[in-house]
Design a protein around this ligand. Structure first.
Ligand SMILES: [Ca+2]
Ligand SMILES: [Ca+2]
Length: 504
């Protein structure tokens, strides 16, 4: 008798001698209490694992059998029958050769059987558990069948545990790098006002010795908010000699793709002939370039001279110019794609570096940073300062004649230092900082990223003096990235928010 090419089990053939398909399908539940199929020791003891039994077939009957722990019996399930057929031994190993005993419970069967609800076998008729039935053989056989599966489970649990522990440890380290729990204690400055016209960032600021300040604005950076996502970036100019200085956008010469202008870190270089060059880190179309401009003071414009791209400059954050066409640049990450940057940060990879660029030579000069960000040079040009924003510190590196750098010291802070400015008169380092980097990333309008400005005096001394000049919870200024001084005036810029002008 076949159905769909399979042989019906002997048990059902006995219950349904007619072999009527519909009749057999009416069997929703039956429990066979006696069977004696002469199961071999090895095969029987190999069965009690539920998963293993699931793969078994009831002879040629296309059913799935599994061991039912509660009833201590093997259940057989088949789509044709909507419920279980319950046997006290697994018939799949009997090849259908087993005896039906008394007490068959079934529903919808002919032959005087009482319809009953499906359920486990009656307790008194349950067979002993396989191990108890043949203690010696069972243990021996179980011992030979289970260690592999058990070892696999132990290994799986161990791997999951290790992965979970690693993920938790990385998450904790990630939160620590972002200073995720820090709240800022405010430090007020009395004579400050927001700079009109700057609403969508002032990520970096550099000031000429004559008091003209360049402000890069409109940065769109992966994972960071923008108040003007569709508007190209701009470079603002501000004359700090004026009584009430205003910021105005500089005109940029034709031939430069203004539509994709996405300015980030900047640096001024004054040549021997007093030509002023402005180096601007740019991210057109999610790439990194360094744009070289010449500043035309007469008509407040920038003439674009060159676009610098290089494989060693994949994710530039800031530059410090050291010649009319050469600079040091920080790569804040190895990647520039948001997901990959996030992974790089989350895993705590120290793949960020500093690169020296000149038309003749491009080379890595420092490496091993979590995220090298602001960079600047001492007034005597001997030292390069590098902020590792996620390591909460500033590295002092000695500059050599071949432009290589060697580490001198590291100043540890409790904040995420972004760009670095150097007071040309005193050599003090000023930095705009993110007290809590998590707020910068998550950008909750009710809990905005705060602002903090530090002044570092005598960084080469054994005990440099670090002063919190300004700190604020984000209600005025969100996400400070730069602070720079000129003649008793302080400009404070932000990654994507506004800018502050203060008189000290
Ligand atoms: Ca800079
Ligand atoms: Ca920066």
């Amino acid at each position: 008798m076949t159905q769909h090419g399979h042989t019906w089990p002997a048990a059902l053939r006995e219950l349904h001698p007619s072999g009527d398909k519909n009749e057999m399908q009416n069997t929703s539940s039956a429990c066979f209490f006696k069977c004696n199929c002469g199961v071999t020791r090895e095969r029987k003891t190999a069965l009690p694992a539920k998963r293993r039994c699931r793969r078994l077939r009831y002879g040629n009957f296309p059913a799935r059998a599994f061991f039912h722990l509660e009833s201590n019996a093997f259940n057989i399930r088949h789509n044709t029958f909507r419920d279980f057929v319950c046997l006290k031994t697994c018939p799949s190993v009997c090849g259908g050769n087993f005896e039906l005993g008394a007490g068959v419970r079934a529903r919808g069967l002919d032959g005087g059987l009482t319809p009953q609800r499906a359920g486990p076998c009656p307790r008194e008729l349950r067979p002993p558990r396989p191990r108890a039935a043949r203690p010696g053989a069972g243990r021996e056989a179980v011992g030979s069948a289970e260690p592999g599966a058990a070892m696999g489970k132990v290994l799986a649990v161990a791997l999951v545990g290790i992965a979970a522990a690693l993920a938790a440890e990385r998450l904790l380290a990630f939160r620590n790098r972002l200073n995720a729990t820090r709240e800022v204690d405010p430090v007020a400055l009395p004579n400050c006002r927001l700079i009109k016209g700057i609403e969508a960032g002032s990520e970096d600021i550099d000031i000429l010795p004559n008091g003209l300040a360049f402000i890069s604005s409109g940065l769109k950076y992966p994972g960071v908010k923008s108040f003007a996502p569709d508007k190209p970036g701009e470079i603002f100019l501000m004359d700090l000699n004026e009584k009430k200085p205003k910021a105005s956008a500089l005109r940029i010469s034709r031939g430069f793709d203004l539509g994709s202008f996405n300015p980030h870190g900047i640096s001024i270089y004054i040549d021997k002939d007093d030509t002023v060059y402005l180096f601007v880190v740019n991210h057109p179309h999610q790439k990194s370039t360094v744009e070289l401009f010449k500043f035309m003071e007469d008509d407040n414009s920038l003439v674009h001279l060159n676009t610098i791209r290089h494989d060693l400059l994949p994710s530039v954050n800031d530059v410090v110019a050291v010649g009319p066409d050469s600079f040091y640049a920080t790569n804040d990450h190895y990647f520039f794609d948001f997901i990959l940057i996030f992974l790089e940060m989350y895993l705590g990879l120290t793949w960020s570096n500093v690169v020296y660029y000149s038309p003749k030579e491009v080379k890595e000069v420092a490496a091993g940073f979590y995220s090298a960000n602001g960079i600047n040079i001492s007034p005597d040009k001997k030292y390069i300062y590098i902020a590792d924003i996620f390591d909460h510190n500033i590295h002092v590196m000695e500059r050599h004649a071949d432009w290589n750098l060697t580490h001198v010291k590291t100043l540890q802070l409790d904040t995420l230092a972004d760009n670095l400015s150097v007071d040309p008169d005193t050599g003090d380092i000023w930095t705009g900082c993110h007290p809590n980097g998590m707020k910068l990333i998550y950008d909750d309008p009710d809990n905005p990223p705060a602002s903090e400005v530090l002044r570092i005096q005598n960084i080469l001394a054994e005990q440099p003096m670090v002063t919190r000049v300004y700190a604020e919870n984000g209600s005025v200024l969100q996400g400070t990235s730069v602070a720079t001084v000129y003649n008793g005036k302080l400009l404070i810029g932000t990654v994507f928010h506004r800018a502050l002008y203060c008189e000290l």
